[in-house]
Ligand binder design. Sequence first.
Ligand code: URA
Length: 238
Amino acid sequence: MEERLQKFLAEAGVASRRKAEELIVAGKIKVNGKTVTELGTKIDPRKDEITYLGKKISTKETKHIYIMLHKPEGYVTTAKEQFGRPAVLDLIKGVEERIFPVGRLDYDTSGLLLLTNDGDLTYKLTHPKHDVDKTYIARIYGTPTEMDLQKFRRGVFVDGKRTKPAKIQILEKGERICTVEIIIHEGRNRQVRKMCEAIKHPVAQLKRVATGDLKLGDLPKGKFRHLTEKEVKYLKSL
Ligand code: URA
């Protein structure tokens, strides 16, 4: 059966679907010995030979792995360190497969980060139309009023565009800092931080505790675990 080249590459674990598109456009992928740069290219994995860096790509031998990491603050969500800042992949030891993060968490955010070599699932989970709830615990400065909370819930302007309805509830009030639970399903850049800034209660500390029904639970900071079969099935069903 024919399929799009970028989908095939993502399924084979070469890269995420977006990254695979970049590889194609950059002329890094060959189909039957010929470089293709067209994103719409359809291939038949049973008949066509796809190569990347001279190596034949096949989805048959690809063992998909799915990992949950408790990302600590002070790590970048990229494959390699950046400007001397360590990368989350440095925390994944003993995994042979080339995996990549699903979406991202800021350098100074901690919590649940999924990593996989299943580029197709990555694409689905990070695509705006899939709306997976992400739950955060934030420590924010000051105590928001009911009006601030309503504003946050209805949506605030972030980079000139209104955010979709979100949830926020106060878990604990302190003297200077308040702990809140926030649920959003978009994944815009530094979204939670910017939303909190918009209601004038900036974030002091941010942690993602769940993606959909997947919970970080008591996984220690800096540690990772493989997802259970049930969890993988759940993600695929989203
Ligand atoms: N929102 C943010 O502001 N930062 C993150 O890391 C995730 C969501």
